[in-house]
Design a protein. Sequence first.
Length: 157
Amino acid sequence: MVHEPTVLDRLLEISELFQKDMARGNDDSGLTPARVRLLWELAHSGPMSQHELATRMEVSRRNITGLVDALEASGHVARSPHPNDRRSTIVSLAASAQRMMRGMQQEHADLTADLLGAVDPVDRPALERGIDAIAGRLRELIAADEARRAEREGRRA
């Protein structure tokens, strides 16, 4: 049975295409998607503690330690003592990673312009509103599901 692709089908296809494009782009850097995501967090938000990185990336402290260890060993990040909490460490981008991330940001801007070039300029504001609405609704659905799971887990404890 053949069916017309739904909006969800198209969004899933776009997600897969972005993942392929990112993987292809990361091949040159030798970085895993998780490491690139950590670098993006630092590039967008600035230096932060490993605890804050773990929270933002929704990974365990152990996982973030492994990611930071690897990125520090490859010269992408540097650790420094937290100015107010001697138990905490601040992670920041190394100069070479700052340059790399600026290049990646430019590539993203170029790809954004190229992709939006496929959309009639009159339709772009509606497209952006629609994408924002879909992303917002998906965040709401995920948050509600997480709340239900937490409530069920609370009842079991």
